[in-house]
Design a protein around this ligand. Structure first.
Ligand code: RB5
Length: 149
């Protein structure tokens, strides 16, 4: 299941992304926000991250104004690999190399056309499973474990 989350800076772009997903019949869980009123982006990163940690979702899309704050917040969560992408090449590599489980975009950075192409690329790509990429992701997991100890 795909999870969605945004703050007010990402609200308008998220409406475009939702319409694009619906056109393709792609189901999603929507963790808000639900209006352009000002909110705090870490709250939405946590809601979406918990959904992935709980196994309710396997992939997510987060959008704030720049994509920066919400990606920093999401990447503090164990098991979350959030990739801030502004191009399709990065979105593909994020899945194939980094096994990113969250795509992050900047609602004040990207137009809807490019953003929807980035979403399609991310969702249509998958982890390569190459040994070197597995090894590097395992090292990221080790960093998390050391931080939690
Ligand atoms: C909100 O104004 C803005 O700071 C937020 O959406 C995001 O860009 C933070 O990184």
């Amino acid at each position: 299941m795909l999870a969605l989350g945004c703050d007010h800076g990402g609200y308008a772009l998220m409406q475009e992304v939702k319409a694009h997903l619906e056109q393709q019949g792609i189901a999603y869980l929507d963790f808000g926000c639900s209006s352009p009123d000002s909110v705090d982006y870490p709250d939405y990163a946590v809601k979406l991250g918990k959904s992935i940690q709980d196994g309710c979702s396997n992939l997510g899309i987060l959008i704030c104004g720049t994509g920066i704050g919400i990606s920093i917040a999401a990447n503090k969560m164990t098991g979350i690999r959030a990739a801030l992408c502004s191009d399709c090449f990065s979105a593909q590599a994020a899945r194939e190399h980094n096994d990113a489980n969250v795509l992050v975009m900047g609602g004040r950075v990207l137009g809807p056309g490019l953003a929807c192409k980035i979403v399609d690329t991310f969702l249509q790509s998958s982890f390569s499973g190459d040994e070197r990429h597995v090894r590097r992701i395992e090292k990221i997991t080790e960093i998390e474990q050391q931080e939690e100890a």
